[in-house]
Design a protein around this ligand. Structure first.
Ligand code: HEM
Length: 111
């Protein structure tokens, strides 16, 4: 297996896409939090809007992205700083499983 068919390529794609999605989310999140200071009516409207099912779904995607980025990032740090070990594909699958499990836990609590 090589190039784009290798799981490590898709691990890279997921890591980059999730990193960029998280970076885009943080300023929006801080902006909404800032509404609590002087625009409480706007914040209340936003919070009411955020209970819509598709927003919960979008939040679940974000939780999966964060969990995938965290688990995949720990794998990359291990590759970089620990002695090389075989079984990278299994570790990529484990990172994916952790991310999906985190999303399911979130969804079950959100319902
Ligand atoms: C939760 C703990 C996190 C861990 C363990 C982690 C780990 C990592 C690692 C190891 C890399 C380098 C990947 C490489 O060597 O190619 C990386 C890249 C990156 N991270 Fe994180 N990260 C975390 C959280 C975040 C958060 C919260 C954000 C955004 C707000 C973020 C945004 C990014 C971006 C944009 C990149 C560059 C991706 C790329 O160049 O492909 N990370 N992260």
């Amino acid at each position: 297996m090589s190039g784009r068919s290798h799981p490590a390529y898709w691990a890279f794609v997921v890591h980059r896409a999730s990193g960029l999605a998280l970076a885009a989310f943080v300023p929006l999140h801080l902006y909404v939090l800032s509404l609590a200071l002087e625009q409480t009516a706007t914040l209340d409207r936003f919070l009411a809007w955020s209970t819509a099912p598709w927003v919960k779904l979008a939040e679940t995607v974000l939780v999966v992205a964060l969990a995938a980025h965290l688990a995949g990032g720990l794998r990359l740090l291990a590759v970089e700083f620990l002695p090389w070990r075989e079984g990278q594909t299994a570790l990529i699958a484990l990172a994916g499983a952790v991310a999906v499990a985190a999303g399911l836990f979130f969804l079950l609590n959100a319902l």
